[in-house]
Ligand binder design. Structure first.
Ligand code: CA2
Length: 156
């Protein structure tokens, strides 16, 4: 629990190109924008009494930096690393610095797509993975985190 405010804090990280959500390829990723997702996660967090911070970057280094900054501050991380899911040892290593619950989210079902998307470098170190439920995946992730906070369960 975040000691300063006595309120659980969840960081939601979105990787490269997810800032284009709702603007391109709606047949794959839907028509909801990232701003819509961020707003609905903050609203849901408010209902749960959880502080939600959202972050998007197209840069691997910025994502690594944000994950490092979250140490000792956040109580859970929800992350859609986008294309870095399949390539980034650096993001994996940064997540390994944490003992927090980590929920990996994908809008599309990565296992129904090209074979290079079937491998996630995050899934075996994440608490769990949600893939293929579109934007609802973020809601599922925050609901799961909230339930486990309330049950006071250590997710790791
Ligand atoms: O399904 C997901 O959430 C992905 O993480 C999305 C990534 C993809 O590389 C992963 O394999 C699966 C791609 C994000 C690209 O987002 C766009 C959004 C709108 C228009 C174009 C790209």
């Amino acid at each position: 629990m975040n000691a300063e405010k006595n309120i659980a804090k969840v960081l939601i990280i979105n990787g490269p190109n997810l800032n284009m959500l709702g603007k391109r390829e709606p047949e794959i990723y839907g028509s909801t924008t990232l701003d819509d997702i961020d707003a609905s996660m903050k609203k849901l967090g408010n209902e749960f009494g959880i502080s939600v911070e959202t972050f998007q970057s197209n840069s691997e280094g910025n994502i690594v930096g944000k994950i490092q900054e979250a140490m000792g501050i956040c109580d859970a991380i929800i992350i859609n690393p986008a294309a870095y899911t399949h390539t980034s040892v650096a993001i994996r290593d940064a997540l390994l610095l944490h003992t927090l619950p980590i929920i990996e989210v994908h809008l599309s079902n990565i296992y129904k797509r090209e074979s290079f998307r079937h491998k996630s470098l995050i899934s075996d170190i994440a608490t769990g993975q949600i893939t293929g439920f579109g934007v609802y995946g973020y809601t599922m992730a925050l609901e799961t985190v909230n339930r486990l906070f309330k049950e006071n369960k250590d997710l790791k």
